[in-house]
Ligand binder design. Structure first.
Ligand SMILES: [Zn+2]
Length: 114
């Protein structure tokens, strides 16, 4: 799979996992009972497109109830706060390669402009 396509899928997964987490708090899931299963289906659909070993790593994170793909925030991991080495930070910003946090192992992507 081309890196650009894989990164694009990871960006979508990061957005879905974030949405899922937001839905899981504050009673929103109760207000919109169809939303969570819908998000989960889309996460599963996209994950199935990802080649191994990346897919296996994604699944391992979710088995532990954790988000597998996070948005980098100011060149740091959104999950554990570890600062990315310059080469990784550049890779994330450019979307030129798949980057994982050296500390927690999460996949990191750049938040797209909205
Ligand atoms: Zn991390």
């Amino acid at each position: 799979m081309e890196t650009a396509i894989l990164i694009d899928i990871l960006v979508q997964l990061a957005a879905l996992e974030e949405e899922r987490e937001l839905f899981s708090v504050g009673g929103r899931a109760a207000e919109h009972p169809a939303a969570l299963p819908e998000i989960d289906r889309e996460i599963q659909r996209l994950t199935a497109l990802v080649p191994d070993p990346t897919r296996r790593r994604l699944l391992r994170f979710r088995e532990r109830g954790k988000r597998a793909v996070l948005f980098a925030r100011e060149d740091a991991c959104e999950g554990c706060g570890a600062v990315l080495p310059p080469a990784d930070a550049l890779g994330v910003r450019r979307g030129s390669r798949v980057v994982r946090c050296l500390q927690c192992g999460s996949f990191l992507v750049h938040r797209p402009w909205r």
